[in-house]
Design a protein around this ligand. Sequence first.
Ligand code: HAM
Length: 410
Amino acid sequence: MKINPIRGTHDLFGVELKKYNKIISEVNDNAQKFGFNELITPIFESSELFKKPLGEQSDVVLKEMYTFKDRNEDEITLRPEYTTPMIRAAISNGLLNNLPAKFFGTGQMFRRERPQKGRYRQFNQINFENFGSDDFFADIEIINLANTILKNILPESKITLHLNTLGTRENLKNYKQILSNYFNKYKNSLSADSVNKINSNPLRILDSKHIEDEKIIEKSPKLIELISKLDLKSYEEIKNCLIDLNIPIYEDLNLVRGLDYYCHTVFEFKTDEIGSQDTLIGGGRYNGLIKILGGKDIPGVGWAGGIERIMLLMKETVFNEKQIHLAIQEPNFKNEAIKIYDFLVKNNFSVYWNYKYNLKKSLSIASEKKAQFIIIVGERDKTKNNFVLKNLFSGEQKIVDLNNILEHIK
Ligand code: HAM
């Protein structure tokens, strides 16, 4: 019986797992530096947690959630995102008494999307949330944190920060109405996909990728025109601060995000190196959401990044560790080889032997795996306990022993 993995899921091993672990370790390091505490929540939650907060008309709620009835008829959903579970957990455990309360977490999310490069049905997210501050310092801090993590993991990639402001929830509500009215006038020219969203979710038309929609979207009314002077001033301050921190921004007036809970600052870190699933990190402010979920009326700001999408940009060469290969010419040299092996491992080297007494084969594996050194344990002057160390990069060969080998391989 052969059982295949479920469409849109994948196993992690080898170099890919190394990439994954590198991201997790960078996240943990920076969480500590920026003062965020880890919060791990269950993989499934009551469906109610997601439906209203993410938006009854959002793609995630309408068609992507894995929802099922438990044996006692409770409706349960595999978490499609981490912000609402974090808030639920913070409220359930009384973690919002000392503000600001800053949390992070990493783990699997589930969305029944059409799988393609960078888009999966089970994927991993990094998630950072700052609960309790309305000060724009919190927006800057969380964006700077995202930028720092990406720069440390992907120093050679070009990643652009897209930024916009949505104003208040009231602004957004009015804007939806204005947009519906506007798009209704172009019903006959818009793509079928967009026509379906004119009344239910006109904001989503703004990030349509259909060519026929492009021109109509370009000329659509802009949300920024509804936003108060005071809110725009705060947004200007955020932009100036980011520029001062050397974080270049691309102001994207059509950036509205796909979940309903946002207001004021929204942002995405995008790349043009991995195809259409080009958003590595997305986030923003969600003042009002914590109250909707039964907590205090306190603001919040955060982001989530797709680990698999970040992995697509990571270079494999980073993971070529210094590995030393062993070649044991005959079984009676094995005890000697074990001592060498033990000495090197205890000195933090990674040692590989293919369990075969065949010098030619060992040499060919070592060169295939790009090992810099091979140690050949075989016939030589036993009284001196020495062996051959060959540098496969330079071709140089030396007779060494355990007292001096470290000088030659460091
Ligand atoms: P989101 O934009 O839905 O936001 O997802 C954030 C990131 O998760 C995306 O930018 C992408 O990298 C990754 N992602 C989403 N769907 C998939 C998928 N099907 N396959 C692979 N990667 C995916 C949120 O989830 C919000 N909770 C972010 C947030 C946190 N806002 C405030 N705090």
